[in-house]
Design a protein. Sequence first.
Length: 437
Amino acid sequence: MREDMFGNQLSTQSEQTVGAINSFIESYIGFGTDFLPIFDASDSEPDCAIAAAYAALLGIFMETPEGREIARKYSVRAQEGMSKAKEREQLFISAILDLYDNKIGNLLQKLRQLVIEFPGDLFSAKLAQNSYFNIGDDKTLLWIADSVIDRHKGCAYAYGMRAFGREQSSMFDLAEEDGRRATEMQRKEPWAHHAVAHVMLTQGRHGEGIKWMQDLSNEWDDRNSFMFTHNWWHQALFYLEQEDFDTPLKLYDEKVWGVDKTYSLDQVNAISLLWRLEQLGVDVGDRWQDISHHVADRRLVNDQPFFDMHYCYALARGSQTEALDRLVVGMEKMAHEAPDVTRKSWADVALPATRGFIAIAEGKFDDAVRWLSKARPRFQEIGGSHAQRDLFELAWVTSLLEARKFEEVRPVLEARVNFRQNVPMDARLFARANGRT
């Protein structure tokens, strides 16, 4: 019997399998890139169900029809070998099978069980955090981190996880404390860097945030494309909110867009930054053409409402009419057929918001206000972080301004200005609401 890097028993005697599993675990939690050895390990030891489960998960992560076929192959192998696996492994395998089958309610239940019964399994805890993050459940996000921290007091990743959970629960001082602690324990902990950046952005500490991220940016170069582009996206937001628009455009071109133009989260980072700049009156040139082309080429959409709400605007701005029509038809289908956990998010949030965003792209701001008024109170349900969802809040605010609904938008902007004083972006928007340019 062997153990993984966190001391969890593995039903294998193969050092190759143990090494591949540990590489997979650390790459996932630490946003690395060493995932592929899990395929060879499972093929070399097909009776090892836990290795097959990790391989199936990698197939799901690929976000392509080919990846789904890979996931199907290893899911079958994992299911066939479950009887030889340990109790923790069986529960984990069962959760991955639910993920493959899009049984989200079952997945969430089993991930909670893993956190409770096997707190030593930090990989499952991280997967659980990501899964609950996708449905906007900040309370459980923090509960997960709190539940496993005692078993991982020497692990920087655990403090990074708790830092983000605390930040999303508005425990800003404690979140920053955890993020800084994780970075001191292990400088290459980009999720902790990111959690502290969230705190500083939320509190309007832009100068500190720029220095914090710049000083740590050399630690992101060998991380996966999402983490690299997302942390640079955060850096761009600090400049953008100070109304330095040249720097975010430069970061967009050099750091945010272009690492992996096919990957969903890279596309979301790029769309979010470009759209924010445009909402603030910046001419972004022909950049929508390239990104909309890559979004239109996606073969798997309607995976998460949060993603589709970004895709729709890029497709509309890039005049990708056929792809946009397919996206919306798929969203309408999800509004009726999605798992119970997410069905209302598709029907009551994502769809009306998408129609509002399309209206924005068409310059029909009264229509945008009408649609977004239905979705805005429930943006939390579609997942994403507070900082990410602020894109949708800005879309709402700028639509009200363009529709000249100043009485309605003024209290919203006054609250922003009072919460984060001395943020030029907020002050400029508030001035527009008061009839000043």
